[in-house]
Design a binder for this molecule. Structure first.
Ligand code: GRF
Length: 204
């Protein structure tokens, strides 16, 4: 069974690193076929190269439209026979052509308990709102921003003396735990999407 994944990043790449580590520690059976960043200075590119993974920089700026950039990324991904595309801090919205190229095969990790706090700086949004429980979500990517069917979530208690940064650090630990786990679940198969719900087979 094909267990090849492509990972899209724009920055730090700590989730990418968590996936690399899970694979090398055999907690995740997958092969990262390529990492693509839309930013040349993304530290995640070096993380990939250090792990011997092909790392491409594909600048979005020369492309006249999002659709044109998406087409270029999709073309790179398609030649690598991927089963799954994972967004890991990729700071660009995907257009319909991208979504249609990989139906039910694009995952994202988001630093909140969706549907609460979609969009940017979710940890800070949650902290400012005064929630008592924050968290992380891995979900399928659809046209609805941070709104696709949920694969896994993890909760993080908010402490009275928290800062937004301390909370974000604890959420990140959970992201690193559940993202590789969710990728494994999706690659294993036996799941289905019913309405908004990802039904993960009970025989796993
Ligand atoms: C993470 O908080 C992730 O949830 C969000 O972007 C951030 C990326 O961090 N989508 P990193 O590049 O994986 O370190």
């Amino acid at each position: 069974m094909n267990r090849r994944v492509g990972i899209l990043i724009s920055g730090r790449g700590s989730n990418l690193q968590a996936i690399i580590d899970a694979i090398s520690e055999k907690r995740l059976d997958a092969k990262i076929a390529v990492v693509i960043s839309n930013r040349a200075d993304a530290p995640g590119l070096d993380r990939a190269r250090r792990a011997g993974i092909e790392a491409l920089y594909l600048d979005h700026r020369p492309y006249p439209s999002r659709a044109d950039y998406d087409k270029a990324v999709v073309a790179e991904l398609r030649t690598r026979d991927l089963r799954l595309v994972c967004l890991a801090g990729f700071m660009r919205l995907l257009g319909s052509e991208f979504l249609e190229a990989f139906p039910n095969a694009i995952l994202n990790v988001h630093p909140s308990l969706l549907p609460a706090f979609p969009g940017l700086d979710a940890q800070h949004q949650a902290w400012e709102y005064g929630v008592k429980v924050a968290g992380a979500t891995v979900h399928f990517v659809t046209a609805d921003l941070d709104g696709g069917p949920i694969v896994l979530q993890a909760a993080v208690d908010v402490r009275d003396d928290d800062t937004a940064e301390a909370l974000a650090d604890r959420i990140l630990i959970e992201e690193h735990r559940i993202y590789p786990q969710a990728i494994g679940i999706i690659l294993d198969g036996g799941w289905r999407i019913e309405g908004r719900t990802v039904q993960i087979s009970p025989c796993r």
